[in-house]
Design a protein around this ligand. Structure first.
Ligand SMILES: [Zn+2]
Length: 397
């Protein structure tokens, strides 16, 4: 299994200068390649591959005195810029993302990827052409080192994402699943999530507070003059507010996904068309806040590492309109209806918990179709009912 650990770096002033240069070189290769590819495509209808065509140009370009400065930096990092651009184009062609944009020094996180001659120690990482950088390694990193990705956040913090292959295989997922240990999850707006056991998780309040703070700082930024010192300061404050929101959100989602995976054998989600929803502006805001896609991703990652199942059922499932007790289907279920009484059996439903129960049912059908058995509790001998096994410490992804 591959494991990623993110550690904070403390480069010296000199190393920092070099790293900024390296991020710049990576950005330059990315942007130059994007420019060439766009031109070839728009002018001549030629589709170049960043991975195959442009990566090969790099060593040639370095022989040109104009680009000789690139030799100062790790060539793997420059090649990876082409590979990343290639991925961005593939996502675009597959309809998963927008047309690649030029990278800016001022926007987003800067990064560079290193996979040869890298090392990691108790309190340092080693990167080609930079040497040893001081690091705070908060947990033991074991296994064979695959790569180190350096990042610089908009708030000026340096990190290294250390990727290792730990030599362990993924745990086997159970073939016999107890029905009580299957959790259906309905992701929502009034609540972040409602589950089939009746639990509802509110949208975190601290998040909306920090969002308000973020908006205020953004307003301040837009009132400053371009290129001014005040603007640079305001931009840093916005980045810091952003970072706080992102950290609080990620913490919450890590806790929630850890709990649902630890306490169950299978977690069922609806396969949401997040891209389609984001086109709906009002919904988009909520989705971005709630981080649905991140939650599903984190749960899937943790489940694979703890030997648990994650199932995504069809988004066309009429989960809100169907009674989970008698399967009676009502014609319409407007969004504002929070509670309803089933005309078929008289059961009173919370809209979202009922949906979660239907999602659980569909998930069980899916597990059965895969040849697994789902059984009611009590059908098992004690030794088989290992429900909450697995690692309990949280993985910082
Ligand atoms: Zn009913």
């Amino acid at each position: 299994m591959r494991r990623a650990t993110k550690v904070r770096l403390y480069p010296t002033v000199e190393q920092e200068r070099f790293l900024r240069g390296q991020f710049g070189a990576v950005r330059f290769v990315y942007n130059k390649s994007l420019e060439v590819m766009s031109h070839q495509y728009n002018r001549h209808g030629r589709k170049l591959s960043a991975k195959h065509d442009l990566k090969k140009v790099l060593p040639v370009a370095k022989r040109n005195p104009r680009y000789a400065w690139m030799k100062e930096y790790d060539s793997m990092a420059l090649q990876q810029a082409c590979i990343n651009l290639d991925r961005a184009f593939q996502n675009f062609f597959a309809g998963r993302g927008r047309y690649p944009r030029f990278k800016s020094k001022r926007r987003g996180t800067q990064s560079s990827y290193h996979c040869t001659n890298v090392e990691v120690g108790d309190n340092w990482v080693k990167i080609p052409k930079v040497g040893t950088i001081k690091a705070r390694v908060h947990r033991e990193i074991f296994g064979s080192l695959k790569s180190i990705t350096l990042t610089l956040s908009p708030t000026g913090k340096y990190h290294a994402v250390v990727l290792v292959e730990d030599g362990l295989s993924e745990p086997v997922k159970p073939h016999i699943i107890i029905e009580d240990a299957v959790l259906g999850i309905d992701l929502g707006i009034s609540h972040l999530l409602s589950d089939s056991s009746g639990h509802q998780e509110p949208n975190p309040r601290h998040l909306s507070r920090s969002l308000k703070n973020l908006r205020r700082k953004q307003q301040k930024l837009s009132n400053t003059e371009k290129g001014s010192r005040r603007r640079a300061k305001a931009r840093l404050l916005v980045a810091k507010a952003h970072e706080r929101v992102a950290n609080a959100r990620a913490d919450n989602l890590h806790k929630l996904s850890r709990r649902m995976v630890d306490e169950n054998q299978a977690v069922i989600f609806e396969d949401l068309n997040i891209n389609g929803m984001i086109k709906n502006k009002r919904l988009a805001r909520h989705i971005a806040d709630a981080g649905w896609a991140n939650l599903v991703e984190m749960a899937t990652y943790k489940a694979d590492r703890s030997g648990k199942h994650v199932v995504k059922v069809s988004r066309w499932l009429p989960s809100s309109k169907t009674c989970s007790s008698c399967n009676h289907k009502v014609k319409a279920m407007p969004l504002e209806v929070r509670e309803w009484t089933c005309p078929g059996c008289g059961e009173i439903h919370d809209r979202d918990i009922n949906a979660a129960l239907n999602i659980k049912k569909a998930g069980i059908q899916h597990l059965l179709a895969e040849g697994l058995s789902v059984t009611a509790r009590g059908d098992l001998r004690k030794s088989d009912s290992s429900v909450a096994v697995g690692e309990t410490r949280s993985l910082a992804a």
